[in-house]
Write a protein that binds this ligand. Structure first.
Ligand code: G6P
Length: 363
């Protein structure tokens, strides 16, 4: 049926706010008690010796996050590539390779071409929002993300639902491969079941984000930093901001700061640090201190523990506490809202950014 903005100014805002509900629906679809069940077809990760993940844009950043999850939980090597590179590189694949294609639309030309290259060489799994799409039809198994229709060109709820399916798949992979105990698996499922409520809490920081966004709108360049699974989220935060506000933004691994981007830092460059208090938090704090010593204005997005430990930031945004491993699902929300409100402050069209298409069906 027809989709309306449900009282929001833009589809993007509506889609950001739908996330608790769609993540919840996605979890319900794949969870049977404490067990991950794939109703659409069987994947047995015990016979897989390597995973390659291929996608474009925001979907490729979901793959980058999932690499951390698969490697940590299932001890399986993962490669991530953008489809436009993968398709022409002729990468070696075998019948023990699981090739995962992630696409909201299921119609992105490069991703489809990459899938066709892998077809017959590796086992093909896709993760899609449109289950009648070409990518879904040409896969051995196609898993829906159940995000509902996404209209805003900049992907939001599809990203967090992609992450949700990938998180569950990583748990299944760990169980299949014997690298995750039943007890730890159960604890992870319990934590994931709390994500919709935590995402709702994250949405409550919108007024504060709006305030920060008014300052970001003045910037010419913005840096996003993260470590571990928050590094790909820094890439996604930068992508969202440039897509809809047209401000130049770069995402960097916090530890790479001194290998280049620190040369850009002065009072005019806001630095968004995505850092839940985890075992690497102290390292990120020292990276932050390096930029603050050069006049950089740091926006620290962290939980209560992180903000208590580091109070010198220019602005702070408090996220609820969550297990560090699943924090990317939660921290996607302030990154999306930051981009959205910066676009509003600049007066750009958040739903229909110039030069961009929702689905890129030609090469
Ligand atoms: C375009 C859209 C992005 C999207 C990308 C991949 O660039 O503007 O939001 O992430 O395509 O699209 P897909 O449908 O394959 O996820």
């Amino acid at each position: 049926g027809r989709v309306d903005k449900g009282g929001h100014r833009h589809f993007m805002a509506k889609e950001i706010h739908e996330q608790p509900a769609v993540i919840d629906a996605c979890l319900s679809h794949y969870l049977d008690g404490d067990t991950v069940r794939l109703r659409e077809g069987e994947i047995d990760f015990s016979g897989v010796d390597r995973i390659v993940m291929v996608a474009c844009g925001t979907a490729s950043y979901a793959c980058h996050v999932a690499k951390y999850w698969f490697e940590q939980i299932a001890r399986v090597p993962v490669e991530v590539d953008v489809a436009s590179e993968f398709r022409y590189r002729e990468p070696p694949l075998s019948d023990r390779t699981l090739a995962i294609f992630v696409s909201q639309s299921g119609e992105t030309a490069d991703t489809l071409a990459a899938l066709r290259y892998a077809s017959g060489k590796a086992q093909i799994l896709s993760i899609v929002n449109v289950d009648t799409s070409s990518i879904a039809r040409e896969s051995d198994v196609a898993l829906p993300i159940l995000a509902g229709v996404e209209i805003g060109v900049a992907s939001t709820k599809a990203f967090t639902c992609q992450l949700t399916v990938l998180a569950l798949l990583a748990l299944k992979a760990g169980a299949d491969r014997g690298t995750l105990t039943a007890e730890d698996g159960k604890a992870h499922v319990e934590a994931l079941r709390k994500m919709p409520a935590l995402v709702s809490q994250a949405l409550a920081v919108e007024d504060r984000i709006e305030d920060i966004a008014r300052s970001l709108a003045e910037a010419r360049d913005v840096l996003f930093l993260g470590r571990g699974a928050m590094y790909p989220l820094a890439l996604e935060g930068a992508l969202k901001l440039k897509e809809i506000s047209y401000i130049h933004a770069e995402g960097y691994a916090s530890g790479e700061l001194k290998h280049g981007p620190i040369a850009l830092v002065d009072e005019s460059v806001p630095i968004i640090v995505l850092a839940p208090r985890d075992h690497l938090f102290g390292k990120t704090v020292s990276n932050m201190q390096e930029v603050m010593a050069r006049g950089g204005r740091v926006v620290l997005i962290s939980d209560g523990d992180g903000l208590a430990a580091e109070s010198a930031a220019w602005r702070t945004v408090e996220m609820p506490r969550a297990p560090a491993i699943w924090a990317p699902i939660l921290y996607a929300v302030p990154a999306q809202m930051l981009a959205y409100h910066t676009a509003i402050a600049k007066g750009t069209d958040a739903d229909q950014p110039r030069n961009l298409a929702k689905s890129v069906t030609v090469e």
